[in-house]
Structure formats: structure tokens, C-alpha cells
Design a protein around this ligand. Sequence first.
Ligand code: SF4
Ligand code: SF4
Length: 163
Amino acid sequence: MLKTFWDIIKTTVIALPIGLYTTFKHVFKKPVTKKYPKAKSEMMPRYRGLHYLERYDDGTERCVCCGLCAAACPADAIYMEPDENEKGERFAKVYEINMIRCIFCGFCEEACPEEAIFLGHEFELANDNRDGFIYSKDDMLVEHPRKDRPYKTIYRRTRRHSM
Ligand code: SF4
Ligand code: SF4
């Protein structure tokens, strides 16, 4: 009984004020948590997220459907079908990436001779439908004219120029 009484005293007189002090100490500090999804974290520059397909400045697509990205892909996640425009230039009529298979290794980006495909900073890929994980060319091709840079600077080009 006596032990219980001292336990109550220790809890209310010592432990409780210490706990409240710890709480109040943080009341006026800047929060370290973010209100996701309203506030998103800035990803690290080399983060590899959702792919995007680049265009030339005149709006034409960079991808010539050469298939090197698909050949380099260790997950066999890329599917494409080629076509030619009226000038005889190749382009990808169909270009798809299965994001369930993709391991975001970036080999497709490294293999592309046209600097057409890049992995951006988008990471919100959750979906309740399996078909929603098949990203088509329409999902990945950047808009033209582009309002701002896509998710990251083109590091490969920057590295090449700085060599
Ligand atoms: S990031 Fe890797 S796994 Fe994903 S599509 Fe590109 S090469 Fe394939
Ligand atoms: S994205 Fe690049 S490597 Fe892949 S098919 Fe197009 S041009 Fe070739």
C-alpha cells in the first residue's frame, strides 16, 4: 500500500511535470513533420521516379523507337511498336512501361542514345487497378510547349558537357 502511494507521488509530482515540460518545449519549435500529401518532400537530385519522355525544342519526339532501352531493361518492362511519319522519320507509335515490373534502375535512361527517356521525381504511383500501372506514351511524354522543366535537370547531358 505504501509503495503504491509513493508510486502515485512519483507519477504526479515528478514524472507528470517532466512529461509536460518536454511537451511544452516543442510547442513553439518549427515542426519537423510534413503535412503530406498537401506538402511534399523535395526528392534528392538523383532520385529515380516515374519516367518521362523528352521532346526536342520544336516539339517533336526524341524517341526513335530503337529498342535499346528495352534491351537494357533487366525487368523486361518496356514494350514499343515503331512507325514512320510522312518525312520517313521513326517514332514510337506505342511506348509502354509496366511499372509493376520496373525496378527503377535507370538502365533505360543510360542506354538511350537520343536522350529521350529519363526517370523523374514523381513517386506517387499507387493504384488499385493493375492496368493503371501500364504507363503509355501519353502518360509519359512531356507537354509542348513546356511550362517548366520536368522533374529534374538532365544530369546526363550536364555531366557530358562538364567532361
Ligand atoms: S528503370 Fe530499369 S527496370 Fe524500369 S524500365 Fe527502365 S531499365 Fe527497366
Ligand atoms: S527511349 Fe531512347 S532507347 Fe528507348 S526506344 Fe526511344 S530512343 Fe530508343
